[in-house]
Design a protein. Structure first.
Length: 289
Protein backbone atom coordinates (compact mmCIF):
# COMPACT_ATOMS: atom_id res chain seq x y z
CA UNK A 1 0.00 0.00 0.00
CA UNK A 2 1.34 3.45 -0.87
CA UNK A 3 1.30 5.76 2.14
CA UNK A 4 0.44 8.81 0.07
CA UNK A 5 -2.88 7.21 -0.88
CA UNK A 6 -3.46 5.70 2.52
CA UNK A 7 -3.19 8.66 4.88
CA UNK A 8 -6.79 9.72 4.37
CA UNK A 9 -8.31 6.42 5.44
CA UNK A 10 -5.64 5.57 8.01
CA UNK A 11 -6.30 8.78 9.96
CA UNK A 12 -9.67 10.07 8.66
CA UNK A 13 -10.93 11.72 11.83
CA UNK A 14 -7.88 12.18 14.03
CA UNK A 15 -7.11 15.75 12.99
CA UNK A 16 -10.01 17.84 14.26
CA UNK A 17 -11.60 20.85 12.58
CA UNK A 18 -9.03 23.04 14.36
CA UNK A 19 -6.04 20.91 13.37
CA UNK A 20 -4.59 19.83 10.08
CA UNK A 21 -1.97 17.51 8.63
CA UNK A 22 1.13 18.66 6.80
CA UNK A 23 4.79 17.99 6.10
CA UNK A 24 8.19 19.47 6.73
CA UNK A 25 10.93 19.37 4.12
CA UNK A 26 14.62 20.25 3.89
CA UNK A 27 17.56 20.26 1.52
CA UNK A 28 17.47 16.45 1.76
CA UNK A 29 14.04 16.49 0.09
CA UNK A 30 15.47 18.37 -2.88
CA UNK A 31 13.40 19.96 -5.64
CA UNK A 32 9.71 19.10 -5.42
CA UNK A 33 7.64 18.84 -8.59
CA UNK A 34 4.20 20.38 -9.06
CA UNK A 35 2.73 16.87 -9.31
CA UNK A 36 3.99 16.07 -5.80
CA UNK A 37 2.46 19.27 -4.44
CA UNK A 38 -0.84 18.40 -6.11
CA UNK A 39 -0.68 14.91 -4.56
CA UNK A 40 -0.10 16.45 -1.14
CA UNK A 41 -3.04 18.78 -1.60
CA UNK A 42 -5.29 15.95 -2.79
CA UNK A 43 -4.29 13.90 0.25
CA UNK A 44 -5.64 16.63 2.55
CA UNK A 45 -2.25 17.97 3.60
CA UNK A 46 -2.73 21.59 4.69
CA UNK A 47 0.77 23.02 5.08
CA UNK A 48 4.49 22.69 4.47
CA UNK A 49 7.31 23.83 6.73
CA UNK A 50 10.62 24.23 4.91
CA UNK A 51 14.09 24.19 6.38
CA UNK A 52 15.64 27.61 5.86
CA UNK A 53 18.89 27.06 7.74
CA UNK A 54 20.24 23.59 8.54
CA UNK A 55 22.77 24.36 11.27
CA UNK A 56 25.78 24.70 8.96
CA UNK A 57 24.27 26.07 5.76
CA UNK A 58 21.17 27.37 4.05
CA UNK A 59 18.66 25.13 2.31
CA UNK A 60 19.29 25.96 -1.33
CA UNK A 61 15.82 24.67 -2.29
CA UNK A 62 13.84 26.54 0.37
CA UNK A 63 12.40 29.37 -1.72
CA UNK A 64 11.37 27.06 -4.56
CA UNK A 65 9.88 24.51 -2.15
CA UNK A 66 7.74 27.16 -0.47
CA UNK A 67 6.70 28.76 -3.75
CA UNK A 68 5.59 25.39 -5.11
CA UNK A 69 3.64 24.58 -1.96
CA UNK A 70 1.94 27.96 -1.95
CA UNK A 71 1.03 27.64 -5.64
CA UNK A 72 -0.70 24.36 -4.79
CA UNK A 73 -2.77 26.07 -2.08
CA UNK A 74 -0.81 24.95 0.98
CA UNK A 75 -0.03 27.18 3.94
CA UNK A 76 3.69 27.73 4.54
CA UNK A 77 6.20 28.22 7.36
CA UNK A 78 9.94 27.70 7.85
CA UNK A 79 12.48 26.57 10.42
CA UNK A 80 16.05 27.40 11.44
CA UNK A 81 18.28 24.75 13.06
CA UNK A 82 20.76 26.43 15.40
CA UNK A 83 24.36 25.47 15.94
CA UNK A 84 26.09 26.62 19.14
CA UNK A 85 29.75 26.52 18.08
CA UNK A 86 29.57 29.33 15.49
CA UNK A 87 30.99 27.12 12.74
CA UNK A 88 29.50 26.87 9.24
CA UNK A 89 30.25 25.43 5.84
CA UNK A 90 32.53 27.52 3.60
CA UNK A 91 29.70 27.69 1.06
CA UNK A 92 26.96 28.24 3.68
CA UNK A 93 24.98 30.70 1.54
CA UNK A 94 25.08 28.58 -1.65
CA UNK A 95 26.01 25.08 -0.47
CA UNK A 96 28.22 22.74 -2.44
CA UNK A 97 27.56 19.22 -1.12
CA UNK A 98 29.27 15.85 -1.28
CA UNK A 99 27.54 12.58 -2.20
CA UNK A 100 26.20 12.27 1.38
CA UNK A 101 24.63 15.71 1.30
CA UNK A 102 27.21 17.31 3.56
CA UNK A 103 28.70 20.69 2.73
CA UNK A 104 32.11 20.28 1.14
CA UNK A 105 35.18 21.65 2.92
CA UNK A 106 36.26 22.24 6.50
CA UNK A 107 34.01 24.31 8.72
CA UNK A 108 34.80 28.01 9.11
CA UNK A 109 33.77 30.58 11.76
CA UNK A 110 30.51 32.42 11.26
CA UNK A 111 30.87 36.00 10.06
CA UNK A 112 29.25 36.99 13.35
CA UNK A 113 28.71 34.79 16.40
CA UNK A 114 25.28 33.91 17.74
CA UNK A 115 21.80 32.73 16.85
CA UNK A 116 20.69 36.01 15.29
CA UNK A 117 23.20 35.70 12.46
CA UNK A 118 21.99 32.17 11.72
CA UNK A 119 18.38 33.33 11.62
CA UNK A 120 19.31 36.05 9.15
CA UNK A 121 20.92 33.50 6.84
CA UNK A 122 17.77 31.39 6.97
CA UNK A 123 15.50 34.32 6.22
CA UNK A 124 17.71 35.31 3.30
CA UNK A 125 17.40 31.78 1.91
CA UNK A 126 13.60 32.16 1.80
CA UNK A 127 13.82 35.03 -0.68
CA UNK A 128 10.46 36.47 -1.67
CA UNK A 129 8.70 33.63 0.17
CA UNK A 130 9.67 35.20 3.50
CA UNK A 131 6.70 37.53 3.15
CA UNK A 132 4.32 34.56 3.01
CA UNK A 133 5.51 32.24 5.80
CA UNK A 134 3.21 32.23 8.83
CA UNK A 135 5.99 31.55 11.33
CA UNK A 136 9.63 30.58 11.65
CA UNK A 137 10.50 27.81 14.11
CA UNK A 138 13.76 27.82 16.06
CA UNK A 139 14.94 24.20 15.91
CA UNK A 140 16.54 23.33 19.27
CA UNK A 141 18.13 19.91 18.89
CA UNK A 142 21.67 18.60 19.11
CA UNK A 143 23.16 17.32 15.87
CA UNK A 144 26.85 17.07 16.81
CA UNK A 145 28.38 13.61 17.28
CA UNK A 146 29.44 14.52 20.83
CA UNK A 147 26.79 15.06 23.52
CA UNK A 148 26.08 18.61 24.68
CA UNK A 149 27.97 19.78 27.74
CA UNK A 150 25.78 19.97 30.84
CA UNK A 151 27.94 22.71 32.35
CA UNK A 152 25.66 25.51 33.57
CA UNK A 153 27.75 28.24 31.93
CA UNK A 154 27.61 26.44 28.57
CA UNK A 155 23.86 25.98 28.90
CA UNK A 156 23.44 29.69 29.69
CA UNK A 157 25.48 30.52 26.58
CA UNK A 158 23.23 28.32 24.46
CA UNK A 159 20.17 29.98 25.98
CA UNK A 160 21.56 33.29 24.73
CA UNK A 161 21.71 31.80 21.22
CA UNK A 162 18.03 30.84 21.45
CA UNK A 163 16.94 34.18 22.88
CA UNK A 164 18.92 36.06 20.25
CA UNK A 165 17.28 33.97 17.52
CA UNK A 166 13.82 34.72 18.92
CA UNK A 167 14.64 38.42 19.16
CA UNK A 168 15.86 38.48 15.56
CA UNK A 169 12.57 37.01 14.36
CA UNK A 170 10.49 39.46 16.38
CA UNK A 171 12.57 42.35 15.09
CA UNK A 172 11.63 41.18 11.57
CA UNK A 173 7.95 40.86 12.58
CA UNK A 174 7.94 37.10 12.10
CA UNK A 175 6.15 34.81 14.53
CA UNK A 176 8.64 32.58 16.43
CA UNK A 177 7.91 28.96 17.36
CA UNK A 178 10.23 26.45 19.07
CA UNK A 179 10.79 22.96 17.67
CA UNK A 180 12.25 20.52 20.19
CA UNK A 181 11.59 17.20 21.87
CA UNK A 182 11.40 15.62 25.30
CA UNK A 183 14.50 13.46 24.94
CA UNK A 184 18.17 13.32 25.78
CA UNK A 185 20.27 15.73 23.76
CA UNK A 186 17.50 18.22 23.20
CA UNK A 187 15.80 21.00 25.19
CA UNK A 188 16.62 19.89 28.73
CA UNK A 189 20.26 19.07 27.96
CA UNK A 190 20.85 22.06 25.68
CA UNK A 191 19.32 24.65 28.02
CA UNK A 192 19.26 22.93 31.41
CA UNK A 193 15.77 24.35 31.87
CA UNK A 194 12.53 22.85 33.08
CA UNK A 195 9.27 24.61 33.83
CA UNK A 196 10.34 25.71 37.30
CA UNK A 197 14.14 25.72 37.12
CA UNK A 198 15.21 28.63 39.35
CA UNK A 199 18.44 29.45 37.50
CA UNK A 200 18.41 33.04 36.30
CA UNK A 201 19.07 32.07 32.68
CA UNK A 202 16.10 29.65 32.70
CA UNK A 203 13.83 32.21 34.34
CA UNK A 204 14.70 34.66 31.56
CA UNK A 205 14.06 32.06 28.84
CA UNK A 206 10.77 30.85 30.32
CA UNK A 207 9.59 34.43 30.77
CA UNK A 208 10.00 35.09 27.05
CA UNK A 209 8.38 31.79 26.02
CA UNK A 210 5.39 32.24 28.34
CA UNK A 211 4.91 35.98 27.84
CA UNK A 212 1.08 36.28 28.10
CA UNK A 213 0.95 38.88 25.33
CA UNK A 214 3.15 36.90 22.89
CA UNK A 215 3.64 33.26 23.96
CA UNK A 216 5.94 31.10 21.87
CA UNK A 217 4.27 27.87 20.78
CA UNK A 218 5.87 24.43 20.88
CA UNK A 219 6.34 22.22 17.83
CA UNK A 220 6.89 18.89 19.56
CA UNK A 221 8.27 15.56 18.36
CA UNK A 222 6.50 12.33 19.29
CA UNK A 223 6.05 9.35 17.01
CA UNK A 224 2.57 7.87 16.81
CA UNK A 225 -0.84 9.02 15.66
CA UNK A 226 -1.46 12.63 14.53
CA UNK A 227 -3.09 14.12 17.62
CA UNK A 228 -2.01 17.03 19.82
CA UNK A 229 -3.57 15.86 23.09
CA UNK A 230 -2.07 13.38 25.57
CA UNK A 231 0.90 15.72 25.80
CA UNK A 232 3.33 15.26 28.67
CA UNK A 233 4.49 18.75 29.71
CA UNK A 234 8.21 19.37 29.32
CA UNK A 235 10.57 22.30 29.01
CA UNK A 236 8.58 25.51 29.23
CA UNK A 237 5.32 24.13 27.84
CA UNK A 238 2.10 22.62 29.14
CA UNK A 239 0.63 22.18 25.66
CA UNK A 240 1.83 21.85 22.09
CA UNK A 241 0.62 23.56 18.94
CA UNK A 242 2.34 21.15 16.56
CA UNK A 243 3.60 17.61 16.56
CA UNK A 244 5.96 15.82 14.21
CA UNK A 245 4.51 12.32 14.39
CA UNK A 246 6.34 10.36 11.65
CA UNK A 247 9.85 10.86 10.28
CA UNK A 248 11.45 10.14 6.89
CA UNK A 249 8.30 9.23 5.00
CA UNK A 250 8.67 8.31 1.35
CA UNK A 251 5.30 9.16 -0.11
CA UNK A 252 3.25 11.53 -2.28
CA UNK A 253 5.13 10.53 -5.43
CA UNK A 254 8.52 11.80 -4.28
CA UNK A 255 11.53 10.42 -6.20
CA UNK A 256 13.34 7.41 -4.77
CA UNK A 257 15.47 8.29 -1.79
CA UNK A 258 13.61 11.54 -1.04
CA UNK A 259 11.44 11.91 2.06
CA UNK A 260 9.33 14.26 4.16
CA UNK A 261 8.33 14.27 7.84
CA UNK A 262 4.64 14.15 8.78
CA UNK A 263 3.07 16.64 11.18
CA UNK A 264 -0.19 17.71 12.76
CA UNK A 265 -0.73 21.34 13.80
CA UNK A 266 -3.26 23.66 15.33
CA UNK A 267 -4.02 25.55 12.14
CA UNK A 268 -4.49 28.84 13.98
CA UNK A 269 -0.69 28.99 14.14
CA UNK A 270 -0.73 29.57 10.38
CA UNK A 271 -2.81 32.72 10.74
CA UNK A 272 -1.24 35.96 9.55
CA UNK A 273 -1.30 37.69 12.95
CA UNK A 274 1.46 40.33 12.74
CA UNK A 275 4.31 40.38 15.24
CA UNK A 276 5.00 43.98 16.18
CA UNK A 277 6.72 43.50 19.50
CA UNK A 278 10.45 43.13 19.83
CA UNK A 279 12.03 41.52 22.89
CA UNK A 280 15.63 42.36 23.74
CA UNK A 281 16.96 39.52 25.88
CA UNK A 282 19.97 37.77 27.29
CA UNK A 283 20.15 34.85 29.67
CA UNK A 284 20.73 37.28 32.52
CA UNK A 285 18.08 39.90 31.86
CA UNK A 286 14.81 40.39 30.01
CA UNK A 287 13.78 43.82 28.77
CA UNK A 288 10.93 44.66 26.42
CA UNK A 289 10.59 47.64 24.16
Amino acid sequence: MRLALGLLWLFPAIASAKTGLGVDVGFYTGPISSSVWRRLKADNQKFVIAQAWGGRSSNEFAAAQLAGARAAGLKTAAYVLLNYDNLVCPTFAHPMRDERGRCAGDLIPQERAGGGWQVRQGLTALGAELAHVAFVAIDVEWFSSTAPSLDAAEQARRIDFILEAIDELKSRHKKPVVYTRNASGHWSDITGCGMRTPLEACVALNKVINDPSAPIALWDVEKGTPVLDKFRPHGAWTRRAGRQYKLDTRAFGLPAGRAVDLNVFDLSLFSSTPVSRRVVVTALSVQTR
